[in-house]
Design a protein around this ligand. Sequence first.
Ligand code: SIN
Length: 308
Amino acid sequence: MISKKNHDLSVSLGKIKLKNPVIAASGTFGFAEEYEDFFDLNELGAIIPKGISLKPMIGNVPPRIFETEGGMINSIGLQNPGLDKFIIDKFPYLRKIKTHLFINFFGYTEQEYVELAQRLNDLPGISGLEMNISCPNVKKGGIVFGTNPKMTFRLVQKVRKVTKLHLMVKLSPNVTDISTIARSAAEGGADSISLINTFKALAINIHTLKPEIGNIIGGLSGPAIKPVALRMVWEVCQTVKIPVIGMGGIRKAEDAMEFILAGASAIQIGTANLINPHTAIEVIEGIKRYLIQHQIPSIQKCIGLFRI
Ligand code: SIN
């Protein structure tokens, strides 16, 4: 149990106040119940379950995961039960957790994004949406929107019109200049930006001469990408005025603090959940220790303290 005495861990994402800056990242935390035996889920700043599409998706051919040095390549292919089944089977559990719930969603077309955002807007118990325009593992939709500034702007603007929920847009690092895409998302009406999703990556089995991933190319995540993620988060924080949520290889409080000092208002724990399911709670405790050690009363005061 984390004591809240003296040190304020709360952060704001626009009008939303998180009890702490630690968010479980989509795709690495299932639908949350998979983690209930490890720690009290109510302690998290927010939860973002696996991304949802209008229709169920079976995902990509196996193997879908391959461990690399300091990281992992995945090509899940956005497998999910689809919105209707999600609402019946997963949502009742999720909405009982006493923390903020952001629903990660994606479509193949603009119309699908809009329809999903509209339907999710009408679902009580959701704090916000995380719009995925960054998955490298599907041929249509997703990353196609997130690698073109004009398409990003247009899509965000369309989705913005149909939802009053907090709209977080999740960006891909597979671009030349992530700040340009972030600016487009902000101009389109995003309330916050989350970054980064995974890097397109390849691993070859030198004995079978085949790719280690069934879909050939997957997305690299984990500690190996942290310095690049941090650089991108820092750049985006200097570009947009809306809150930025940093992620990419965070596995301990010191990593989280780097992102917060770079300007992130909150952080997401992704791949580390799969290695140590207690990571999120350990990061919350570690951030509190950092505040005590440096005699800082509130984590909010640390955001963007990094100086060059
Ligand atoms: C996947 O399901 O393939 C990963 C999700 C993502 O990269 O957005």
